[in-house]
Ligand binder design. Structure first.
Ligand code: ZN
Length: 309
């Protein structure tokens, strides 16, 4: 099961209601962070997410609202006696910026920190992959794809009984070997399982102006978290950001199943922004608030808020 926890959903400046960008993915006991805005520690505490379960942090770019929580997070990990290494991934200059943090104040981490500077890279981790891709934001900036690997189909009870298989270790043997001899017949794994189950795909753009690569990397994604800082192109001016309408158009072209409109400028109230999004957007979308959680279950997303649990 995959959960996408929105720890900070606003752009540039934190307000009482919303923090700056941090997204936590919870997958099989691990917490993966995408961006670490200022105040991430407080947001994680509120959401009851332990920093000790974080092994990988992916930073989209080095504008303050996306990474200034990193120093506090690392210091807290140290205070709690962390020994496990931490991996920090980001675009060009990540090494330099992390080094600057580690050289600030009377502080030396007691655990290893590995920094990985990425271009367009595919990283493989057990049951999932993370892909990075370049976006357009006026500074080195990346978007990320979390891609769960496809899994084999489920055993089909009617097929198992047809072959006289009742479960137990024999199924383990069939899975391992691909075929077995049973009651004088050869049974192949594909004879008794359903179609392959597609892994879930989540894309996070970070900050970007409308960009063809986002569409390309989001093709048929289950969730696209697209920055949509502004409601109109007049409001955007010359900045390298997207509007709600542009994010919706990209989601539509890429045929994503759900769009999350993210990084809302602090000038807009939630109601004003959501109302305008309903007017402009003709794809399934949500406007996440801080502590909203999207859970992917049986092929669909469910949303709840941790403060209401
Ligand atoms: Zn930015």
């Amino acid at each position: 099961m995959l959960e996408v926890i929105f720890l900070g959903t606003g752009g540039v400046m934190p307000t009482l209601e919303r923090n700056v960008p941090t997204i936590a993915l919870r997958y099989k006991g691990e917490i993966i962070l995408f961006d670490v805005g200022e105040g991430t520690m407080r947001q994680m505490n509120t959401a009851k997410l332990s920093p000790m379960k974080v092994e990988k942090i992916f930073i989209t770019h080095f504008h303050g609202d996306h990474y200034l929580g990193l120093a506090a997070l690392i210091q807290t990990m140290n205070l709690w006696g962390r020994e496990k290494p931490l991996h920090i991934y980001g675009p060009k200059y990540t090494f330099q910026f992390v080094q600057n943090f580690l050289n600030s104040g009377f502080f030396r981490p007691g655990f290893d920190i590995h920094v990985h500077e990425l271009g367009e890279t595919r990283l493989e981790f057990g049951d999932y992959e993370i892909w990075s891709f370049k976006v357009e934001h006026g500074v080195p900036a990346l978007g990320y794809v979390f891609k769960e690997k496809d899994r084999r189909g489920k055993f089909l009870p009617e097929k198992l009984s047809e072959y006289g298989l009742s479960g137990g270790p024999i199924l383990g043997k069939l899975e391992k070997q691909g075929q077995i001899e049973w009651n004088g017949r050869i049974i192949r794994l594909e004879d008794v399982i359903g179609p392959r189950r597609k892994g879930v795909t989540v894309v996070y753009t970070g900050d970007t102006e409308p960009c063809e690569r986002v569409r390309l990397f989001s093709e048929n994604a289950d969730l696209l978290i697209h920055e949509a800082t502004y409601l109109t192109s007049d409001d955007r001016g010359e900045s390298y950001h997207s509007t709600v309408e542009e994010a919706c158009q990209t989601a539509k072209k890429a045929k994503v199943k759900l769009l999350a409109l993210f990084h809302r400028a602090f000038r807009y109230t939630y109601d004003e922004y959501a109302a305008k999004a309903r007017e402009l957007c003709d794809v399934p979308f949500v406007v996440p608030r801080d502590f909203d959680v999207l859970t992917f279950k049986s092929g669909r997303w469910e949303m709840r808020n941790l403060r209401e649990d």
